[in-house]
Design a protein around this ligand. Structure first.
Ligand code: ME8
Length: 538
């Protein structure tokens, strides 16, 4: 069937856009890599579908304004430099095919103004005197029920946000407000109906409870210009600046060309709505309440799924610049290699549910796992000793033939259980990706590799007669071929090196070929070293 981009909505993945107020850390890399794994999987699972992947930097707002003032630089100069670091991070980590959107770009600004004017025209924005508990670091107001008092070690009593723990102060000002309260029922209905709309399910349950049991307050969506200069002025009232989250959330639209001349139909052709939005658990409220309300107001479809992940900690504490426990992602990739770091992030963080602790011991362990189960297996099976024997076999064997004649396969000592596991792997990986269980997908692949290593040791093809040696050779290579196909989203560079070394055709690198005997290794199989051994430990 001929593919027509206009008929099939592109698969659209987004990550949060990062504050360029400090250099990137490993948590940022994790979010990026998670998005990239989903985008890369989509490309090989649905090769006829266009995949769009958005990331970028969130450059307006008080945080940036303050850091720039502290350093005595212009906000734009700060953003240019640090946005560049996030772009470099994505590039270094092999994060693929992204739209990298900066909220200071002219296209984005136009989109923000457009959203504002549309909501204003619908009577959903009004001016109001506003008071509440304001957190400078969270850049938002909280209600009484969202804060509590606490006592510092110095004895001073302060009020903090219950959700984030940041200090809040009672503030009053004139603000524009968005009628968020009008959307509670619509959102509750949406989340009640669509259980897959937020993943993992615990966050979905939390949100349904929240909407069921609480009213939504209207949302303040502007700041007086005297307090916030660095942002998009309110259309028609430049004494006010648009609130940074209202601005930032629009990026998912502006990144794919909103406003679309042809309306929602053209939006769908451009990719709207996102299929998966990867976010950290700290920004769930913004993505699961504010953004959907804005979209409902704009009469645009909501995202299909919000994938909410937990945090990386160091010694059980959230990574933060003030604590001084930030892990440098560039350094880790330099020492261990990009693929090993990506593998570690997905292997340990791929369940998304619980916070995970960054440790060099665990990184070493998973680096060894990858090197032993995949790298060494490939080196072993392509060793001279085995190939010399295989060359002497009088019959050229292939896995397909072995599978269709199980008696013969058994006689040659082929591990049919292994081939069955390999045969089921592609479907397992697809199923896990459909459920967003990236950790389980990776676990399934590693289990098959573990099984193949055991088979290799048990059958010892280097000491066998040529014919059984050839049978082991083709079945282990087939296992590695299928595993390499499935591993492409996780460790793109090593997987490519491996598929090249096995002479697998470019056109046969999609998931449709991740089945025994569908697609094949080529004529020229050469052993290669897949991973470099780290020289120094972090
Ligand atoms: O929140 N562990 O930007 P940000 C895991 N600009 N992930 C982490 C993490 C950690 N320790 N720290 C950060 C913002 N992240 C806003 C988003 S979206 C329209 C605007 C990840 O730079 C997590 O996904 O503070 C978080 O949501 C993201 O980095 C951005 O953090």
């Amino acid at each position: 069937k001929e593919f027509s981009g206009a008929q099939t909505k592109p698969y659209y993945v987004t990550t949060p856009i990062f504050y360029p107020n400090a250099v990137p850390h490993i948590g940022h890399l994790y979010t990026l890599v998670t998005g990239d794994i989903l985008a890369r999987h989509a490309r090989i699972a649905h090769p006829d579908r266009v995949v769009k992947f958005l990331t970028g930097t969130d450059e307006h707002g008080l945080k940036i304004q303050k850091v720039a003032a502290e350093r005595g630089v212009r906000p734009m100069a700060l953003c240019d430099r640090l946005s560049g670091q996030f772009r470099r991070l994505a590039g270094s980590a092999n994060v693929s095919g992204t739209v990298f959107m900066r909220t200071t770009s002219a296209e984005h600004r136009r989109a923000v103004e457009h959203v504002w004017k549309q909501l204003d025209a619908k009577g959903l924005i009004y001016k109001d005197a506003y008071e509440g508990w304001y957190s400078v670091s969270d850049e938002c107001f909280y209600t009484h029920s969202q804060v509590h008092k606490t006592t510092l070690p110095s004895g001073e009593e302060i009020t903090v946000s219950t959700e984030t723990g940041s200090t809040v102060e009672w503030s009053q000002e004139e603000n524009y407000k968005f009628r968020l309260s009008a959307f509670r029922e619509t959102l509750l209905e949406h989340y009640t109906r669509d259980k897959g709309s937020i993943f993992p399910s615990s966050y979905h349950e939390y949100l349904v409870d929240l909407l069921k049991n609480n009213d939504l307050d209207d949302l303040s969506v502007s700041r007086p210009r005297t307090r916030l200069e660095w942002g998009v002025p309110v259309p028609g009232d430049p004494e006010h600046t648009i609130y940074v989250w209202f601005d930032a959330l629009t990026v998912y639209l502006s990144g794919i060309g909103f406003p679309w001349a042809g309306g929602a139909a053209e939006g769908s052709g451009a990719g709207w709505a996102p299929d998966v939005q990867v976010i950290g658990k700290d920004i769930l409220r913004f993505h699961a309440i504010y953004l959907p309300a804005m979209l409902k107001a704009l009469e645009l479809p909501l995202s299909r799924t919000i994938l909410t992940h937990a945090h990386w900690t160091v010694n059980q504490r959230k990574m933060s610049k003030s604590v001084g426990n930030v892990v440098d992602p560039f350094e880790a990739m330099e020492i261990y290699g990009v693929d090993v770091v990506r593998f570690y992030l997905a292997r340990v963080g791929g369940r998304f549910r619980d916070d995970v602790d960054w440790s060099t011991e665990q990184l070493d362990k998973h680096s060894d796992e990858l090197r032993n189960l995949l790298g060494n297996l490939f080196m072993r099976i392509t060793s001279k000793a085995i190939r010399a024997r295989v060359a002497k076999a009088d019959e050229k064997l292939d896995v397909k033939a072995l599978l269709s004649d199980t008696e013969k396969a058994k006689a040659l000592g082929v591990d049919l259980e292994l081939l069955n596991s390999v045969g089921a792997l592609g479907a397992t990986v697809r199923k896990n990706f459909d459920m967003l269980e990236l950790g389980d997908a990776l676990e399934a692949i590693m289990l098959v590799l573990r099984q193949a290593n055991a088979t290799m040791t048990n059958s010892a093809p280097w000491a066998q007669d040529p014919q059984p040696a050839a049978a082991s050779y083709v079945s282990v290579l087939e296992t590695i071929r299928v595993c390499a196909l499935c591993l492409q989203p996780f460790i793109p560079e090593a997987a490519q090196r491996l598929l090249d070394a096995m002479d697998v055709r470019e056109s046969e690198r999609t998931l449709g070929y991740a089945e025994v005997g569908v697609g094949a290794v080529g004529e020229k199989v050469e052993g290669v070293k897949l991973f470099n051994i780290p020289q120094v430990k972090v």
